[in-house]
Design a binder for this molecule. Structure first.
Ligand code: PGA
Length: 236
């Protein structure tokens, strides 16, 4: 698993954006996956400005949604797909028909990925417990897209966003670790000292479902892009 270190968050975001842009140049109809969370916000800004300046062309791209809450009405603004649309997909003018979510359930999602010809480039954030999407600790390395129970930790950490804990959905959908493992290229994007411990464990600790992100070390096509703060525990 190749590691790339950047001095700060801005240069990290620029580097990941450059990977996305060159992927699109090589293959305009690439199938892409983006994470939600704080980490990719700067990446999205870079991609939107590349779209606006004409440096990136997303017109033929397809985007597969990494994870989603279950039980929301279509178009619920709290959905992760809608969040991604607001932050990235609408500003880069991706048509709705090029966005593939979990509306028809996890099995339909696997079939859709197959129909699209597989995932080309997957960008992932790193959860504080090593989760990838909603693949929480204990997720099997060969797991496929599926419905999952949110962990008490996820429910608690989402409570602020939803107003109170009892309004947080109890279930979600996620692409599985096995689904992600079949992607042609995977970038784990990590920023900040708050991620230093889990990143060190991911890079040097046991390869085990106890840390879902550790599966990436088994995948030759995966790379870590991290800023110096996140790699601090790794490079003292
Ligand atoms: P973050 O989330 O980017 O907001 O840190 C990462 C994650 O929990 O997957």
């Amino acid at each position: 698993m190749k590691q790339h270190m950047f001095p700060d968050y801005t240069s990290l975001c620029q580097a990941v954006a450059a990977e996305v842009i060159s992927q699109l140049k090589r293959k305009p109809h690439s199938v892409l996956v983006f994470p939600t969370g704080n980490t990719p916000i700067g990446l999205f800004k870079e991609l939107v400005s590349a779209h606006n300046s004409g440096a990136a062309n997303f017109s033929a791209a397809q985007v597969v949604i990494l994870d989603e809450y279950a039980g929301l009405m279509p178009g619920d603004p709290r959905s992760l797909a809608d969040w991604l649309k607001r932050e990235l997909l609408t500003p880069i003018a991706l048509p709705q028909s090029s966005i593939h979510g979990f509306e028809n359930g996890p099995d339909a999602m696997e079939k859709q990925i197959k129909r699209l010809g597989g995932l080309d480039l997957v960008i992932l954030g790193l959860g504080p417990n090593g989760h990838l999407g909603f693949n929480e600790p204990g997720s099997a390395f060969d797991s496929r897209a599926r419905r999952i129970d949110l962990t008490p930790d996820s429910i608690a950490s989402n409570a602020a966003y939803w107003g109170s804990e009892d309004r947080v959905p109890r279930q979600g959908f996620t692409l599985g670790l096995g689904t992600l493992a079949r992607a042609a290229s995977i970038i784990l994007m990590v920023s900040g000292s708050g991620k230093a411990d889990i990143l060190a464990k991911t890079l040097r600790g046991p390869i085990s479902p106890a840390n879902p992100a550790s599966v990436l070390r088994r995948l030759a096509q995966s790379q870590v892009f991290a800023d110096a703060a996140a790699l601090a525990a790794h490079c003292p």
